[in-house]
Design a protein around this ligand. Structure first.
Ligand code: NAG
Ligand code: NAG
Ligand code: NAG
Ligand code: NAG
Ligand code: NAG
Ligand code: NAG
Ligand code: NAG
Ligand code: NAG
Length: 341
């Protein structure tokens, strides 16, 4: 009796599961017409879609939510929420119609051969949280409208041909945690509005042509863990506010035109693990607090005009980390001249 009763119960549970699956199927919406039109316009702008013809199944008479390469939808309304076409060897420009995909949350075009400008309609993608456009040939300025992406948490524009300056509208990217704009041709100064991105954890802008000072406002970025501005044309002093981000563990300001005294503020960065100040024009002694920061594992202050005795430190550093400063002496370099020390 208990046995047959169990079977009956299982059968009805099974039936309910089947029914709910069926009703779920029937409420699944096909691709929204606006989104399909935008995707087809995008395809029209692709002049070459690689040896594997990845966009071949993007066809007018099929449902874009069903089996279109790299496309995913919210099945409750048929809106496209996800496009991942990374590494597909696509060539062409990104058309302004991309801005019609208003429900998009993730956009990944990384590692293709996209060229032309990034259309300013990108700012219409208000729900975008992830954007990876790295390793393409996208040129022109970064559009001001990028600041409208208030939900954006991850932005990667690494290795393109963006020129012009960093838009001041970056300050409106209030959810941004990761900002990678390195290996472009960006010029002009770092806008002080950058200090208004409260969530920022990583800022990488190396290998550009940025000029001017590091703005004081960078000290407002209290969640900042890594700052990499190496190989630009930055000058001036390191602002004393830069010790406010208490999580800062990586600081790379190498190959710029920073001058003046070795920034004493670095001695207060208690979480610092990696410090690279090489190839600048710092001219002073090295403050002993810096070499004795508890977590410091890598330092490179080579090729400046530092002088005097390298302060006593416990962690062993490579001599090449201090080289190219003719006035520096003591371990790990040669002993100081005893008659002058
Ligand atoms: C990249 O696109 C350009 C046209 O924009 C084309 O001339 C070039 O051959 C493409 N390169 C590759 C590797 O597909
Ligand atoms: C954006 O996301 C919110 C929250 O998930 C949602 O309610 C809204 O409908 C989305 N907007 C669009 C245009 O899809
Ligand atoms: C973004 O694309 C690059 C390739 O250009 C890749 O190395 C990186 O991991 C991607 N980001 C994420 C979070 O997957
Ligand atoms: C950011 O820093 C600047 C200069 O250090 C300061 O005047 C400003 O009040 C700060 N803003 C915020 C939002 O903390
Ligand atoms: C430090 O900076 C110099 C000059 O930019 C570079 O050659 C060296 O590789 C850097 N070291 C590390 C570990 O980043
Ligand atoms: C380092 O921190 C101490 C204590 O908070 C402070 O008195 C000192 O002025 C700071 N030094 C620098 C260079 O910011
Ligand atoms: C320090 O930087 C110099 C370039 O300025 C480089 O030649 C040297 O190898 C670096 N040292 C280490 C340990 O990375
Ligand atoms: C050490 O100092 C003496 C006296 O000032 C000077 O004659 C000598 O050349 C110095 N040696 C080196 C290696 O700098």
């Amino acid at each position: 009796m208990g046995f047959t009763g169990n079977i009956a119960m299982f059968s009805s549970i099974l039936l309910i599961i089947c029914l709910s699956f069926f009703s779920f199927q029937t409420t699944t919406k096909a691709c929204h017409e606006t989104d399909k039109a935008a995707l087809l316009d995008f395809k029209k702008n692709i002049i070459y879609d690689g040896p594997y013809k990845r966009l071949e199944n993007w066809k007018k008479d099929t449902d874009c939510c069903n089996n279109w390469e790299g496309v995913a939808c919210d099945h409750s309304n048929g809106r496209v929420v996800y496009i991942d076409l990374s590494g597909k060897q696509l060539s062409g420009v990104i058309p302004s119609s991309v801005g019609k995909l208003v429900s998009l949350e993730r956009l990944d075009f990384a590692g293709n051969n996209f060229s032309g400008c990034l259309p300013s309609t990108i700012g219409s993608l208000k729900n975008l949280t992830y954007m990876n456009l790295s390793a393409n040939k996208i040129s022109c300025s970064i559009p001001q409208s990028i600041g409208d992406l208030s939900k954006l948490r991850y932005m990667n524009l690494w290795k393109n041909r963006f020129s012009g300056s960093i838009p001041s509208s970056f300050s409106k990217l209030s959810s941004l945690r990761y900002c990678q704009i390195s290996d472009n041709k960006l010029s002009g100064s770092i806008p002080s509005s950058i200090g208004y991105m409260p969530e920022l954890q990583v800022l990488q802008a190396f290998n550009n042509m940025l000029t001017g000072n590091i703005p004081m406002s960078l000290g407002n970025l209290t969640n900042l863990g890594a700052l990499d501005l190496r190989n630009n044309r930055l000058t001036g002093k390191i602002p004393s506010t830069l010790c406010n981000p208490i999580d800062l563990s990586t600081l790379d300001l190498s190959s710029n035109g920073f001058a003046g005294e070795f920034p004493a503020v670095i001695g207060n960065m208690s979480r610092l693990q990696v410090l690279n100040l090489s190839n600048n024009d710092f001219h002073s002694v090295i403050p002993s607090a810096v070499l004795n920061l508890p977590r410091l594992r890598f330092i490179n202050v080579s090729h400046n005009r530092l002088f005097g005795k390298i302060p006593y430190h416990i962690f062993p550093f490579d001599p090449s980390c201090f080289g190219g400063n003719p006035g520096l002496c003591d371990s790990p370099l040669l002993p100081c001249n005893t008659t002058t020390a």
